[in-house]
Design a protein around this ligand. Structure first.
Ligand code: NAD
Ligand code: WQD
Length: 354
């Protein structure tokens, strides 16, 4: 039978306390999906769950559980009538993955296999997976269609690539499995409420959270990694997508799984590329003053251009990124000024019963 948001069945969200997961849980709750969240809180705070509850006005079913913990997952699957999983849980720092590759392969790949085994035991065979544009390596075609050859240059990217292969093999071997591999481009921005957003610990790896910390005075200046790329201003091009648009792509993918498509890949991007200097200008405009930056050498492993061709998702998922770059910058700035320390200072732990 077709499961929908009104069916009483649950969507399990792994990594639901994280940046993209928390925004997706809000959109699911807004559309009356029943949601249960599993997160080990390794890279997040229980405060994200409190904020989700504040925004949605609903109580979140939460379990502090590692996806490597099969028995822990079985407990969750036996308590809730789950029909689909949105799988965000994973480690995501590219640089760190080159330092501790075993941790990345174990957490991301073994964690996913553990999750899939438990899903199979409970006859849950629909999964939406967080893949990444990084699976395209240095792409030969811009904008990038899903048919572009894949290949990755770092352990993090290879975990995404391997998991894509695992899910594809599973859907070939067992025809009742359905998997949506969502290749995210560069998520940025925060929830329009101003109380939920990205909460990086330590020095941010990514451009937009780093810029936000420059703007509030936590960091002196942005290092622009390379101005000798073959682009209009010499800086690299990415496809920045608002995290709320990205979240809505997951709801569209869930709907798609109801049509039993097997394994399907979708780019979730806007189709519009921006250079680093264009992003600096756009964010400076939201802040209302120029932000300091210096030109530095290229960062190892960076490519010139990652811009999505999102037409497959536009057509087949009936989904399109619609929020402007201005709104992305504005929401990030509102979040950053209202929460200069992110969720620091809030209790990171769930109540005892979780
Ligand atoms: P995030 O770190 O904010 O969220 C991931 C969540 O997973 C965290 O809350 C973390 O505590 C949890 N987690 C990690 N390992 C776990 C485990 N073994 N068991 C249970 N929970 C675990 O990251 P995000 O930016 O929200 O990314 C979500 C997903 O999307 C990740 O898989 C990431 O690789 C992927 N992705 C992110 C980006 C990006 O730029 N943010 C781009 C492409 C793909
Ligand atoms: C964007 C641009 C940098 C920081 C990464 C992962 C990818 C996915 C998204 C998880 C690049 C430049 C950055 C800075 C800079 N993550 N930059 N100064 O590298 O496109 O993608 O996050 O799945 O897999 O690789 O994102 O935000 O780090 O960089 O000049 O301090 O900004 O060189 O051109 P990236 P990013």
């Amino acid at each position: 039978a077709m499961a929908t948001n009104s069916s009483g069945k649950f969507v399990l969200v792994t990594g639901g306390a994280g940046y993209i997961g928390s925004h997706t849980v809000v959109e699911l709750l807004n559309k009356d999906y029943n949601v249960v969240v599993v997160d080990n809180l390794y890279n997040s705070s229980y405060e994200a769950i409190r904020r989700i509850e504040k925004i949605s006005g609903k109580k979140v079913h939460f379990f502090q559980c590692d996806i490597l913990d099969g028995p822990g997952l079985r407990k969750v699957f036996s308590q809730f009538d789950i029909y689909s999983v949105i799988h965000f849980a994973g480690l995501k720092a590219v640089g760190e993955s080159t330092q501790i590759p075993l941790d990345y392969y174990h957490n991301n790949i073994t964690g996913t296999i553990t999750l899939l085994q438990v899903m199979k035991e409970f006859n849950v065979k629909n999964i939406v997976f967080s893949s990444s544009a990084t699976v395209y390596g240095d792409p030969p075609i811009i904008p990038i269609p899903e048919t572009c050859p894949t290949g990755s240059t770092n352990p993090y990217g290879r975990t995404k690539l391997f998991i894509e292969h695992i899910l594809r093999d599973l859907c070939v071997a067992e025809k009742d499995w359905n998997a949506a591999l969502l290749r995210y481009f560069n998520p940025a921005g925060a929830h329009p409420s101003g109380i939920m957003g990205e909460n990086p610990t330590g020095i941010p790896n990514n451009l937009m959270p780093y810029l936000a910390q420059v703007a509030i005075g936590k960091r002196e200046e942005l290092s622009v990694f390379g101005n000798d790329y073959k682009t209009k201003d010499g800086t690299a091009i990415r496809d920045y997508i608002h995290v709320v648009d990205l979240s809505l792509g997951h709801l569209a993918a869930l709907e798609k799984l109801n049509t039993k498509p097997g394994c399907v890949e979708y780019n979730l991007g806007t189709g519009h590329g921006s250079t680093v200097l264009e992003m600096v200008a756009a964010f400076s405009k939201a802040v209302g003053r120029d932000l300091p930056y210096k030109i530095c050498p290229r960062r190892a492993g960076d490519v010139t251009n990652l811009t999505a061709d999102p037409r497959k998702a536009n057509t087949e998922l009936n989904w399109k990124a619609e929020i402007s770059l201005e709104e992305m910058c504005q929401s990030l700035w509102t979040w950053q000024t209202n929460n200069p320390e992110g969720f620091e200072g809030c209790d990171p732990n769930p109540p005892a019963e979780c």
